[in-house]
Design a protein around this ligand. Structure first.
Ligand code: ATP
Ligand code: MG
Length: 369
């Protein structure tokens, strides 16, 4: 597959070269059916140098923040319990589960998307009705779910946003996770599907949406929970914003220069509004909206795109502020007041002290209405 011809190729295609080099030079212990050892999976996700016969090769870091959490996730997946990644929106839970699946199984697309409309057949299996009518209940007429595919191939099944699914539907995972068996009573032969080594489940759930459909205690006990926190280091957040914008621009085949000052300004603004305190120690009110890194990336990219298509390539502070207002104030009108207050205190202070992009940003305060 030509990776440049798709908007967002799956991880195993996007990073095919890195995965190949890692597999060819992998000397670590490997769980049965895994493509890479836990050591190599760790290097794939957290980056590092690997020795190859042709010299040292650099593997790019993809997930920033808690390295120990990534190691724990890998160890969980090599064991018999599932992995549940929980956290605020935009903390890279989905990204991490894709990276883990691609590195361990070579496939990140074996996924059930949890919604209010997810049914038990989407989790277990359904039927191709034309074949069912002509041939009766046979294997050919069966449409396997990602869970069934995972069990048969010995790969991971990803369950995205599991708490969006009604609790009784979520619970259809329990028997599979306990017994590693899925029974298909309609099939006379081969009605018992046994999971192959390498099978496991990675779920993700959003803590903001908690309570939508809480998971049952029985299901919770079959998962190891890991909480993914927002990036706490402003410099790291700036690097993520720049890297993601570069990758997005590359995928659109545009040579968009990413302004580092504006990336820093956004990283600081998002960090301070999320934490409720500025670097100078001023307390600011936290908006009700999600102030995630993913949102900051989107505001940044939107501003750069505007400059690319309409401007001279340099981000326009007015457009930046308008995009920020759009992102922060979409849920709650009170958030606009909080953003105004942030401008009056933090932005003003930084404009006086640092100038540069902050000064341009402060001049747009009139747009906050
Ligand atoms: N710690 C991090 N390391 C690298 N990238 C990050 C990190 N945190 C956030 N990001 C950025 O945020 C983007 C959004 O991540 P993702 O969609 O995986 O979040 P999520 O936690 O699944 O959100 P949601 O709960 O809304 O589904 C990532 O693609 C990445 O650009
Ligand atoms: Mg997600």
């Amino acid at each position: 597959m030509d990776e440049m011809n798709y908007i967002k190729p799956p991880v195993e295609i996007r990073y095919a070269d890195e995965l190949r080099v890692l597999a060819e030079n992998d000397k670590g212990r490997k769980p049965e059916n895994w493509k890479l050892s836990p050591k190599a999976v760790r290097t794939f996700i957290l980056g590092g140098d690997i020795e190859t016969p042709g010299g040292r090769v650099r593997i790019e870091r993809k997930f920033y923040g808690n390295d120990a959490l990534v190691e724990r996730c890998i160890i969980t997946l090599a064991g018999s319990r599932g992995l549940m990644l929980v956290g605020e929106p935009g903390t890279a839970k989905t990204m991490l589960s894709e990276l883990l699946s691609a590195a361990c199984c070579g496939c990140s697309t074996n996924t059930v998307q949890g919604t209010a409309g997810t049914t038990e057949d989407m989790i277990k299996y359904s039927w191709n009705y034309a074949l069912l009518l002509s041939k009766g209940p046979c294997r050919e007429a069966l449409v396997p779910s990602p869970l069934l595919i995972g069990m048969e191939k010995g790969i991971f099944a990803r369950f995205e946003e599991i708490t969006r699914t009604p609790a009784e539907i979520q619970d259809s995972l329990i028997s599979v996770m306990s017994d590693q068996i899925l029974n298909i009573p309609e099939l006379e032969e081969g009605g018992l599907v046994l999971a192959r080594p390498g099978f496991n489940i990675i779920g993700t759930a959003n803590t903001r949406d908690k309570g939508v459909n809480e998971m049952s205690g029985a299901l919770k006990r079959r998962f190891n929970f890991e909480t993914v926190e927002p990036v706490s280091d402003v410099r790291l957040e700036k690097e993520i914003i720049l890297k993601e914008a570069r990758d997005l621009a590359k995928s659109k085949h545009i040579d968009l220069p990413a302004d580092t000052d504006v990336a820093e300004l956004l990283a600081v603004t998002y960090h301070e509004l999320r934490e409720g305190i500025t670097a100078e120690g001023t307390v600011v009110e936290r908006p009700g909206a999600v102030m995630s890194t993913a949102e900051a990336v989107s505001v940044f990219y939107q501003t750069l795109s505007h400059a690319w298509y309409y401007g001279d390539g340099r981000p326009d502070p007015q457009v930046l502020t308008q995009n920020l207002v759009g992102a922060v104030c979409k849920e709650n009108k009170d958030d606009l007041e909080k953003l105004k207050a942030y401008f009056r205190t933090a932005v003003r202070e930084k404009a006086l002290r640092k100038g540069g992009a902050w000064e341009g940003f402060l001049k747009t305060a009139a747009l906050l209405k």
